[in-house]
Design a binder for this molecule. Structure first.
Ligand code: ATP
Ligand code: MG
Length: 269
């Protein structure tokens, strides 16, 4: 369990970025954090891997106060893929980028080889193994970041805007992978403005605005609340708009295939 208790955070220049945050993220859950630019999403998740420590209040991971653990200790359990890939990448080749974390945590040679092979295939990076990650396209860079963190298999995975620059195929790979992680008892936290992706993922949604949590709930509940969405600067997924438009306001189908089925049935009546 990740627990924020009465957390506020001021940046060193005095900017207040988090205000009175109380939040519990259960183990083995998928949570999305949404909200407008500058709402405090990135600042919030940086408290989970200890990169930032609260100005007031407490953040604890499995009952351990992050103020009492180093970033190095926390990062074994909390993997974070940064919003900006250029802030994460540093190695001379894609291979070394992925191997860095694995070597750093002192895993066995066998485990390292197995995990390396797994992520290089999963994220379709084989042909870039010996190339500098900085020479790749934006979407490819993001995939290298994902691969290097997922390689060491952390219990908690934080993805800050993972779909930015990804094509539909890669988004589907990511979606299936998050689902798989969750089935393997991992906790996944995603920050995203990609509402269509979140609708497919169906996470628990935490909405933020101006450093505060506004509301927490299911996608159905959050994306139907027009006032809330306006406040946190998001628009509902297309599927909700369509079904509201044809007068179905209670249960929206999750996939396009299911939507077609419902519409076909309506037409036959
Ligand atoms: N290093 C910093 N120093 C001072 N203020 C900062 C710093 N980083 C962020 N801020 C401020 O803190 C607030 C929250 O920023 P944060 O990056 O957490 O927002 P965000 O919700 O992740 O936004 P986005 O959707 O644009 O990524 C903003 O007002 C921002 O200007
Ligand atoms: Mg951010």
């Amino acid at each position: 369990m990740i627990k924020f208790e009465d957390v506020s955070y001021n940046h060193p220049d005095g900017t207040n970025a988090l205000n009175d945050i109380n939040l519990e993220i259960p183990e083995n859950s998928i949570t999305a954090i949404v909200g407008n630019n500058g709402a405090g999403k990135t600042t919030l998740v940086k408290h989970i891997n200890g990169l930032l420590k609260p100005t007031t209040g407490t953040v604890s991971i499995k009952n351990n106060n992050t103020k009492e653990s180093s970033v190095a200790e926390l990062s074994r359990d909390v993997g974070m893929v940064f919003q900006n890939a250029n802030h994460q990448l540093f190695a001379d080749t894609v291979e070394n980028e992925i191997l860095f974390g694995l070597n750093n945590f002192g895993f066995s040679e066998e485990f390292i080889k197995e995990r390396y092979e797994f992520v290089i295939e999963l994220f379709n990076l084989r042909k870039y193994e010996n190339i500098s990650p900085l020479k790749l396209s934006g979407g490819e860079k993001k995939r290298v970041c994902l691969a290097s963190v997922l390689a060491w298999n952390p219990g908690i995975l934080i993805l800050d805007e993972p779909t930015v620059g990804q094509d539909e195929l890669q988004k589907t790979v990511l979606l299936e992978f998050i689902d798989q992680l969750n089935k393997n008892n991992k906790t996944v936290i995603v920050i995203s403005h990609d509402i269509e992706f979140l609708w497919r993922l169906q996470p628990n949604i935490v909405t933020m605005s101006e450093g505060r949590i506004i509301q927490i709930g299911s996608p159905e509940k959050i994306f139907r609340n027009k006032e809330l969405m306006e406040k946190v600067g998001i628009v509902p997924p297309q599927i909700i708009k369509i079904f509201e438009g044809i007068g179905i306001k209670d249960k929206t189908p999750l996939s396009l295939e299911d939507s077609c089925k419902v519409i076909r049935e309506l037409r036959n009546h």
